[in-house]
Ligand binder design. Structure first.
Ligand code: XMP
Length: 510
């Protein structure tokens, strides 16, 4: 596979995903773990990512120079290129004109990384420093107006550097550049596809759990725990015990989907815990959002722990931890290996459960999880579903949570979802849901005065939930949603539209 050395920008994950999208296994490591990781991989090539530092800064990442002596091709991107050329005897200087954003490069030599590309192509740049003098043996593959060495390389030694970011979609032919590096330059074989992922993960689970081990898994109905459940089930069958906690704050019909899919279709050992009354009792009278979250987290652990006791012989706790969580927890701890083992508690569960964690998705990105979910026959209602917060409808009922409020919101939310999906307007939306407001207003229905609740529509577009914008919906669709909610949900007589972006608002209301 390909090792992506993370030099401290958000780009490393994107690079690793692009490599995998080209059907080749990739792993990310911080510089401090790069050699160790390289040693246990079937290494075909190395990518040094971009990063925010200047090679002259005192806090620049310390990259082991041995990475250049492993006998595999190395591609340096942006900062990675600057470090590599400097290390090999070239020179890096502050650029006369810093380049940010869209730039055109001219391909000088349509070879190696640029096989099949010629003329001009649009790329994404983001740099202050740049290479001013090449190391011996290097030549120029592409130039831009402000950057004479936009792409360079020494094909003899297999060292390449590019100043632009091939991993971002703004770089029009970035995928081809990455594909050329991993296939044409590194000679990597295709070894990564939804099929091979499933087989590999099933084999790993079997190895970790052994012949007799049993696993308890908290199933939330979300994509991650659902795919984890299917992989575990495929690996160990009835030795997987799923626990689904109905906390009374689920979307309408959610519990039935889980029961039908996992209990009936997959025939898993599924326990559905009816904890709605208990959660709502604990939440009675609570209006502070953070307290709501704390109570729900605490209750969940209580209920789960109690249920897990029934599986005394189970020695593993399954979790749907993803690769980005793993990478981030390593990075957050300065790249020390210890953390890889001890990054427990992703699901907020206590250590004293005395179970070993089993995380069948810990090497996978979200889009890969979705792809194998489809592969494994998980219905689109699970795989393509919108994100749903752990605390559920509690953070969408502003103010006090009562059984009646939950019912109102479930009904209104089901109308929002079904109307949007019915016309295919969910395509390209990140989330679309209803929020119940602690506001009553006067209305008139027939010839009677009403004094009832109000709900807001929250419909957003986003790439990653870090930023989001409210989405445009056709007027007829808004009209239908509003009419249906007001006519069909007894207790709501007004619907408003949330037109706030994140930041400064957030996606959820609490
Ligand atoms: P905000 O409201 O912060 O939400 O813009 C960003 C994304 O995170 C989801 N979200 C949560 N997910 N537990 C979760 O698992 C939570 O407590 C939680 N709060 C918000 C939210 O739905 C959105 O996708």
């Amino acid at each position: 596979g390909i090792l992506v050395v993370d030099l401290g920008a958000q780009y490393a994950q994107l690079i690793a995903r692009r490599v995998r999208e080209a059907n080749v296994w990739s792993e990310i490591a911080p510089p401090s773990l790069a050699l160790e990781t390289a040693a246990r991989m079937n290494l075909k090539g190395i990518v040094l990512s971009g990063g925010p530092a200047s090679v002259y800064a005192s806090d620049a990442p310390q990259i082991p120079t041995e990475l250049l002596e492993l006998g595999v091709p190395v591609l340096g991107i942006c900062y990675g290129m600057q470090w590599m050329t400097q290390t090999l005897g070239g020179e890096v200087l502050p650029a006369n004109a810093r380049e940010f954003g869209r730039t055109s490069i001219a391909v000088a030599e349509p070879e190696a990384l640029f096989r099949g590309l010629d003329g001009h192509t649009v790329v994404w740049m983001s740099h202050g420093d740049q290479v001013a003098e090449l190391p011996e043996g290097f030549r120029t593959y592409a130039t831009s107006e402000n950057c004479p060495f936009a792409a360079v390389g020494d094909p003899e030694r297999g060292f390449f550097g590019i100043q632009f970011h091939p991993e971002v979609t703004h770089t029009v032919r970035g995928r081809e550049v990455i594909d050329n590096f991993i296939h044409a330059v590194c000679g990597a074989k295709d070894d990564w596809s939804p099929d091979s992922i499933v087989d590999a993960q099933v084999a790993r689970v079997r190895e970790q759990v052994g012949e007799h081990g049993e696993v308890v898994l908290g199933l939330s109905g979300g994509v991650d725990s659902s795919v984890a459940a299917v992989i575990l089930h495929k690996a160990i069958g009835d030795r997987l015990h799923c626990i689904f906690v109905d906390n009374g704050l689920l979307r309408k019909g959610e519990r039935q989907v889980v029961e039908t899919l996992f209990g009936e279709h997959f025939q898993m050992d599924l326990t559905v815990v009816d904890a709605g009354a208990k959660f709502l009792a604990e939440l009675a009278g609570v209006t502070d959002p953070e307290r709501k979250r704390k109570i729900i987290g605490h209750e969940f652990v209580e209920v789960f722990r109690e249920e897990a006791k029934r599986f005394k012989q189970a020695n593993f706790l399954g979790q749907g931890t993803l690769y980005p969580d793993v990478i981030e927890s390593i990075a957050a701890h300065g790249g020390s290996t210890d953390v890889i083992k001890s990054h427990h508690n992703v699901g907020g569960l206590p250590d004293d459960l005395e179970m070993e964690l089993i995380e069948p998705l810990r090497e996978l990105f979200k889009d890969e999880v979705r792809a194998i979910g489809r592969q494994l026959g998980l219905a689109s209602v699970v795989v393509d579903r919108q994100p749903f917060p752990g605390p559920g409808l509690a953070v969408r009922i502003v103010g006090e949570i009562t059984p009646e409020n939950v019912r109102l919101l479930q009904e209104a939310d089901a109308i929002v979802t079904s109307e949007i999906e019915a016309v295919g307007a969910d395509e390209g939306l990140w989330q679309y849901f209803a929020v119940l407001l602690p506001v009553k207003s006067v209305g008139v229905m027939g010839d009677a005065r009403t004094y009832e609740s109000c709900c807001a529509l929250r419909v957003v577009q986003s790439e990653d939930a870090m930023t989001a914008d409210w989405a445009y919906l056709p007027q007829e669709l808004l009209q239908r949603i509003s009419n249906r909610i007001i006519n069909e949900v007894r207790g709501i007589n007004r619907v408003v539209l949330d037109i706030s972006s994140k930041p400064p608002a957030t996606i959820e209301w609490e």
